[in-house]
Design a protein around this ligand. Structure first.
Ligand code: DC
Length: 224
């Protein structure tokens, strides 16, 4: 444990936690850990190397050896740019599958903790507050109904010119939620000391304001 403060932001995909984490990290001038990206990279690299996503030992070995770098909004693994490849629906599915494996989660624990650097870290994921940074100064759990999350994703994909079915997206989200919430190890759930926010009927700006005022109350940040 260190004195370097951490804010954890956990929640299901589509709750807006990625955007929230980025805005909070930028506002405070803190580092950002997108832990979902790590599982997405492990899934993508397993597929590239022909490793079965159910082969726990092989996927964990791969996870322990990947030279991952996040810089200038790009994600690279040993020089290979995976930024766009890890953002597809398939990559999300594969991430959820490898994230289910206990040996894989154990393999990325130290890597995730190595992101804790001064002046502070905002960590976004599913188990940031419950497992990885249990001593975080502020823990947020951001939820939203599956229907609203499917609609948000539908709009994002349509804006990108992709044709998708809203019903298909909703089913995919419900299936992924069940896997992430129901798994035996590090399931998606709020930490006992987390503040639970529901973004179903809140804009991202409203959620950001709530989190910043919590950070201010705790003395983690002062508005300029
Ligand atoms: O946040 P995301 O959609 O990029 O995450 C992709 C998958 O990775 C998600 O289905 C669950 C998994 N994940 C996890 O198990 N633990 C984390 N800390 C982050 C993500």
């Amino acid at each position: 444990m260190t004195d370097i403060p951490v804010i954890t932001i956990d929640g299901p995909s589509g709750s807006g936690k990625g955007t929230l984490a980025k805005v909070v990290a930028d506002t405070l001038g803190w580092h950002l850990l997108d832990s979902g990206a790590l599982y997405r990279i492990i899934g993508a690299m397993s597929v590239r190397r022909g490793i079965q996503l159910t082969d726990e030992t092989a996927v964990a070995e791969l996870a322990a050896t990947l030279a991952i770098s996040f810089a200038d909004d790009r994600v690279t693994v040993a020089g290979l740019d995976l930024t766009d490849e890890i953002r597809t629906e398939d990559a999300g599915e594969n991430a959820s599958k490898v994230a289910h494996l206990p040996a894989v989660r154990a393999a990325v624990l130290d890597l995730q903790r190595s992101f804790r650097k001064a002046p502070g870290l905002v960590a976004d994921g599913r188990d940031m507050g419950t497992v990885v940074f249990t001593d975080a100064a502020l823990k947020i759990f951001l939820d939203a109904s599956a229907e609203v999350r499917a609609e948000r994703r539908y709009k994002q994909l349509k804006n990108k010119g992709l044709s998708v079915s809203l019903r298909g997206l909703l089913e995919q989200i419900q299936e992924r939620d069940a896997r992430d919430r129901g798994r035996a190890i590090a399931p998606l759930k709020p930490a006992d000391d987390a503040i639970v926010l529901d973004s179903t009927s809140l804009t991202i700006e409203m959620v950001v304001q709530q989190v910043l005022s919590q950070a201010q109350n705790l003395g983690l940040w002062q508005p300029k």
